[in-house]
Design a protein around this ligand. Structure first.
Ligand code: ASP
Length: 334
């Protein structure tokens, strides 16, 4: 991409979305030889709303990555269609390392859920590395009567026609967890899609929707402050930052087990030299004590060094595409 090409892209996105520049100077574009990479700002696309879990994790690592790379790292939120709008845009971006996609488990479910997908998650991207794997929680508006997951199951079953489940669009993590939760409860309720679980949880707190699944990175504070009711975590082990919540299996829904892995991607023609530099910056960010502490407070942790690699993310992506194609067969977004 030329310098002016990247500048105009930033301006176009920046007008409508939520940019955040780390480091002191103003945001601008730039470009050049892979050997000089990076010599200007890097844009990290988040495929969901600002203030949601993917946005939160991205902003945590953006600052130490920016420090390591010596340029600004600009977070851009491009919402829509469970993250596929953003991934489609990122796949078309210039393959120079200045446009990076942060995406989660939804990258692996998109081929099953979106038959007309305009990108191929494996062929159109090079992987940089896994970032974190986040537990999910089952939560409800604070005035919903049930106090345990068992009671919630009974309540949802009894009110199947009127109860509402919020999520961040078909293929989002909250949708996937919502599918598994409904399967485990044996119900099919009315779903209310949002552009991210940032706005979804705001409506849950406001009482406009009844219940949802969301990542601990978005729910820990809301649960501990009592803004929403927490019922269970979706991991096999309890989550340290939410010691009062049982695992779903302990609470009677042993089919409900899911975590949300996040990774960084660049368009497939990006030079290896550039991928290596981005990977080194990711490795540094994941060892940053501030990042470790912030993630820990929100129920998650950076992945181990050997997982923050292109190979580990490629393996994860390919195996999860296979796994989800079975679980989600028969469900499509169109
Ligand atoms: N990760 C999405 C977000 O950041 C939510 C989701 O996938 O459920 O809002």
């Amino acid at each position: 991409m030329t310098t002016s090409g990247r500048k105009s892209r930033l301006l176009r996105l920046g007008a409508a979305l939520t940019p955040l520049c780390f480091m002191a100077a103003a945001c601008s574009g730039g470009g050049g030889d892979p050997a000089d990479f990076p010599d200007d700002n890097i844009e990290v696309i988040v495929p969901f709303s600002a203030g949601g879990p993917t946005d939160t994790v991205t902003r945590m690592i953006a600052e130490p990555m920016a420090e390591e790379l010596g340029v600004q790292v600009v977070v851009q939120n491009i919402e829509g269609a469970g993250g596929t709008v953003a991934a489609g845009e990122a796949a078309q971006a210039d393959a120079d390392g200045y446009t990076v996609l942060m995406h989660h488990i939804g990258m692996s479910t998109a081929p099953t859920l979106y038959p007309d997908l305009d990108f191929n998650p494996v062929e159109d991207f090079k992987t940089i590395g896994l970032v974190t794997e986040v537990p999910m929680t089952v939560i409800a508006r604070k005035d919903l009567e049930p106090t345990t997951l068992e009671e919630l199951t009974t309540y949802v079953t009894d009110n199947e026609d009127s109860v509402t489940l919020a999520h961040a669009g078909i293929g989002s993590a909250s949708h996937l967890c919502g599918v598994l939760l409904q399967q485990a409860m044996g119900v099919e309720v009315q779903e209310v899609p949002y552009d991210g679980t940032g706005p979804a949880i705001a409506d849950l707190v406001g009482g406009q929707v009844d219940f949802m699944c969301d990542q601990t990175t978005n729910t820990t504070t809301q649960i501990t402050s009592g803004a929403v009711k927490g019922y269970a975590v979706t991991t096999t082990e309890p989550v340290e930052s939410l010691p009062d919540l049982p695992t779903a299996a302990e609470a009677g829904l042993d089919e409900l087990e899911v975590t949300v892995w996040h990774g960084l991607y660049v368009p497939s023609d990006t030079p290896d030299e550039v991928v290596e530099k981005l990977n080194s910056a990711l490795q540094v960010a994941l060892k940053d004590q501030g990042v470790i502490d912030q993630m820990g407070d929100l129920g998650t942790a950076p992945v181990a060094e050997d997982q923050a690699t292109p190979d580990a993310l490629t393996q994860k992506l390919e195996s999860e595409i296979d796994a989800w194609s079975g679980v989600l067969s028969g469900i499509t977004a169109e």
